[in-house]
Ligand binder design. Structure first.
Ligand SMILES: Cc1cc2nc3c(=O)[nH]c(=O)nc-3n(C[C@H](O)[C@H](O)[C@H](O)COP(=O)(O)O)c2cc1C
Length: 337
């Protein structure tokens, strides 16, 4: 039985629902090519960070000012900021190069915490050939003077600003740390998001007991991390409707993981940790596992499979919400029993 893996994400036709998530693998032309050859449906580049753009520009401005003060004719010698190959420019050049070599859509990523002049990079990414943009919102709500409502409003303002600066599709990559997630997800769509990527993986700092220093180590995910996006995609699929794209990110390592996310309503899955651990060729294994499972269960296509176990269609939809909490706790049996 032949299985049709094609899917639609952000209005783009993809040959496969397995997408390479933003990671160091996607930002290097050679490994991006290997991912393409291994069969990914799209490639998401690593993020260009708001702080990096700002630092870059601050540095440039400082050197321009210093130069101008020292030499009367300095302004003639110094190129304009646009002409200097800063970090932003290098990102755009890399994006154009990866786009030129790729047979699949290339999605650029902007990491942001606040709206600002740097938002113009969204348009520059579009001009450099990005097929879509992923806006990666990553913040820690540690300021006791800011309410959830204020922080949500700032995020929505940022989404609207990025939306108004580009015409290509826009996905918003979120963390799970919003007080009322369903409500916030709906409002991102009202502000112009064409899709959501659920979720960004929050890196938790550790403490070194010898030095008492804070250690920032990057823990890669495992399949059990899949459950967070699984629940939320199941809940959001019927709420947001079929017109809003949903991408599952976190804990996708195997074909079974992909099948689960598609069943609850994801249009695509995104993979980073598994590909970093096993290499770009792992995409072939995951695709083969997915095909085998679909053939065994007699699913002919991703579109036939997608959403058949969301909160609207599953046999026990309340399990995705609080109703299952008590049963889950009561179902525990200690290993000694
Ligand atoms: C080394 C590394 C670098 C990453 N860089 C980015 C990034 O630049 N932008 C982004 O949105 N996510 C980034 N991520 C997050 C991944 O794209 C992904 O959302 C997350 O790791 C969860 O997926 P996984 O379980 O498949 O790893 C990075 C992850 C890793 C492990």
């Amino acid at each position: 039985m032949t299985v049709d893996l094609s899917t639609k994400y952000l209005g783009l036709e993809l040959r496969s629902p397995i997408v390479a998530s933003a990671s160091p693998l996607t930002g290097i032309a050679a490994t991006a090519r290997l991912l393409d050859e291994a069969g990914v449906g799209a490639i998401v580049l690593p993020s260009l960070f708001e702080e990096e753009i700002l630092n870059d520009e601050l540095g440039l401005n400082k050197s321009l000012e210093t130069g101008a003060g020292q030499f009367a004719e300095a302004l003639e010698y110094f190129p304009t900021v646009e002409m200097l190959p800063g970090l932003g420019e290098r990102y755009l050049a890399n994006l154009a190069a990866i786009k030129a070599q790729s047979s699949v859509p290339v999605i650029a990523s902007l990491n942001a915490t606040s709206a600002g002049g740097w938002v113009r990079y969204a348009k520059l990414m579009q001009d450099a050939g990005a097929d879509a943009l992923e806006l990666n919102l990553y913040r820690v709500a540690a300021n006791p003077d800011r309410t959830a409502a204020e922080m949500d409003a700032a995020d929505l303002d940022l989404i609207a600003k990025v939306r108004s600066s580009v015409t290509i599709p826009l996905a918003v990559k979120l963390s799970p740390y919003y007080s009322a997630f369903s409500n916030f997800a709906g409002r991102t769509v009202e502000c112009g998001a064409d899709g959501l990527v659920l979720f960004n993986r929050f890196y938790q700092p550790d403490l070194d007991l010898e030095t008492l220093g804070v250690v920032n180590s990057l823990e890669r995910s495992q399949s059990s991390d899949l459950r967070l996006p699984l629940r939320w995609i199941a809940i959001l699929r019927p709420q947001l409707g079929a017109g809003v794209s949903l991408a599952a990110s976190s804990g996708v390592h195997t074909g079974a993981d992909v099948a689960k996310e598609l069943l609850v309503g994801a249009d695509v899955v995104m993979m980073a940790s598994a590909l970093l651990r096993k290499g770009p060729g792992h995409v072939r294994t995951v695709e083969a596992e997915l095909r085998a499972w679909m053939a065994e269960k007699e699913y002919e296509s991703v579109s036939q499979l997608r959403g058949s176990a969301s909160a609207a269609t599953a046999q026990n939809p309340s399990a995705f919400e609080r109703a299952n909490y008590m049963q889950t706790l009561h179902s525990w049996s200690s290993p000694e029993n």
